[in-house]
Ligand binder design. Sequence first.
Ligand code: SF4
Length: 335
Amino acid sequence: MIDFQLLKPKSSTDAIAWSAKSPTAQQGALVRFVAGGTTLVDLMRLNVEQPARVIDINRLGMDRIEKRPDGTLRIGALVRNSDLAHHPEVVTHYTALSQALLSGASAQLRNMATTGGNLLQRTRCPYFRDLSFTGCNKRNPGSGCAAIAGHNRTNAILGGSEHCIATHPSDMAVAMMAFQAIIHVQGVKGVRDIAIGDFYELPGGTPNIENALQPGDLITYVTLPAPIAGANSTYLKLRDRASYEFALASAAVVLQIAAGHISQARVSLGGVGTRPWRSHEAENALHGKAANLANYQAAAEASLHDAKPQSENGFKVELAKRCIVRALTNATVSA
Ligand code: SF4
């Protein structure tokens, strides 16, 4: 780990001013915000991240969960994953989000990790995290991608490019994608809202740029739209072991069924995409259809139609399909 300057601002305005001239959320940033530190500190120890300045934002408030009169839920960026997972409103009305959070990491890490930080989790691609491998376009743009010709069992089958096939590791973000969260940002030019569907970048030719955040941008809170009346949601995560493991495939579904037919469906996937993966294909396949196994299987087929498996992860195609079908079935049974 290199030497760095640690700053503790008293306001978000100070935090943004101290970081305004540097990217804060893209690979190689010279300034980084830190809250729980469960991603950043790891990467600093590995020298994958070497910021000259680290801004501790833990004293900026932003740690409340608030149900608003319009039915939306406001979640401060510094709300810890454990607190969010166990909040009664989340357990009852955003069940998939609670389940996704509780499926992630360990209890100790969930007590530290924050909402804003979880959205910005970095990939677990082993070549990214190990400096002894020189070929990693995400860590070192233009250096190549060791995973494409190397070990890629855990890498992405959706959204990859010839430059990067790294999966996004967050469970929480997959559920938030299904709930169509809005991410609120305060930056040099004021405040703005970013729909989570527009927040994550595909790797394309610049896998080092992972999201829509600009220099100085600070995530301040997240809004979940009001729950869909009568809808059920669930999160299913499939992985190599039952705890403290990242998804090989996961699915968050929100399902509203009326008279045996699907009136609204949201499907998003984890463990298979280069970003938390909203499957509009599955949703379109489900809309208006009878809530039955055949239609769930058709939706799963549509979801994975464009999958591009690598040499070691072809199994993810079938795994993801089965994950979708099981998640939809679970949401139906609990309806
Ligand atoms: Fe790096 Fe992405 Fe290739 Fe992994 S998949 S080695 S993160 S460029």
